[in-house]
Design a binder for this molecule. Sequence first.
Ligand SMILES: Cc1cc2nc3c(=O)[nH]c(=O)nc-3n(C[C@H](O)[C@H](O)[C@H](O)COP(=O)(O)OP(=O)(O)OC[C@H]3O[C@@H](n4cnc5c(N)ncnc54)[C@H](O)[C@@H]3O)c2cc1C
Length: 381
Amino acid sequence: MKKVIVVGAGLSGATVARLYAEDGADVLVMDRRATLGGNVHDYVDKNGITVQTYGPHIFHTNKRQVFDFLSRFTEWEKYEHKVLANLNGQLVPVPFNLTGLYQLFPKEKAKRINDLLVAQVGEGVKVPILSLKSHENAEIREFAQFVYDNIFYKYTKKQWGMPPEALGEQVMNRVPVYLSYEDRYFTDEFQYMPKNGFTALVEKMLCHPNITTKLCTDASKAIALKDGKIYLDGRAFDGTVIYTGRIDELFSYRFGALPYRSLKFKFITKNLTSYQPSAVVNYTTDKRFTRISEFTKFTCSPKNKTVIVKEFSRACGKKSEPYYPIPIEQNLAQYAKYKILANGYANLKLLGRLANYKYVNMDVAVEDAIALHDNNPLIVE
Ligand SMILES: Cc1cc2nc3c(=O)[nH]c(=O)nc-3n(C[C@H](O)[C@H](O)[C@H](O)COP(=O)(O)OP(=O)(O)OC[C@H]3O[C@@H](n4cnc5c(N)ncnc54)[C@H](O)[C@@H]3O)c2cc1C
């Protein structure tokens, strides 16, 4: 039987483990955490509320293949995500849309800007804030500057620890303004939450006779890389290792630690049926935290208690969790050096957000895992 070791029991690792197990491979999944699911881990608290350990995770995709694959392991509950921004106490939709325009500007001015936007940019379109900021019409530019200052600038600075301009246009170009009344955060075809949570979904994926899962097991202690060969517990390993951990850690930080943003979560249980009007409220002008999420808003079972989490963004030190890779040029160059080292190991495959130093949504994590499997068929003896 071909042997596959998967480092990491997150969504990337669980997907690829399942696919190779179904091919007949003998798959060992190891994770240093005591829990399954990596960052999508969730649990039901003593009040029956599903809480997501690593912050709010909402599934959304246009990829039917991914949706169909995950649907083998869960039933779904329809959920359409809505986010508000708190601008010094006033709540407006995120992404910013025409509702926000009429909330924040005097009626006549708002109508004039609305007409200008429709005539000169388009009706119902999603448009990057940077392109509005550099529009040839002065009134559109002034509007865009207001939105940029109040919705994006301070929030981005809090989130990334650097002003938006330092992040490069690529990141800011992902931030849209909706020239419509669309108030859903995502517009994807499939928007659902797994009925029994993400941990249950991953548990079901890993429940296969060919998969052995070892938690509280650190791969850096079991696996060693030397001169193009992989060693498991000191013995040469000729199977395949699929690694979803940090690439810099895999090579003992030889070229330095890759920079990440980390988060501190403050969970609070409240004796309320509802704390805020939407599942997530971003604090875009004040407060030290970036946003508050309310978990009871993700499911359709209101309780007489609710759980919120405040997120504080910070630099990633040695003891904090790496959450967001910082995709600026110098970091990507540092990553490329590690990638060259990894390429020297034919039976090592990198997968997921830490190994590829790339933020991926859950659907892309699953899609990448399916692609890795499909592009690397095992001939099982
Ligand atoms: C705050 C936040 C919110 C997000 N919200 C959304 C959302 O709303 N929607 C969405 O689609 N996506 C969201 N994402 C992205 C989502 O979390 C990722 O797509 C997904 O978790 C990627 O899974 P992964 O398996 O690649 O990585 P991870 O989930 O990080 O799993 C990697 C696993 O590897 C283990 N590991 C690492 N090194 C070792 C080692 N040496 N030995 C053993 N185990 C090891 C880790 O313990 C971890 O369990 C969010 C991400 C963050 C940070």
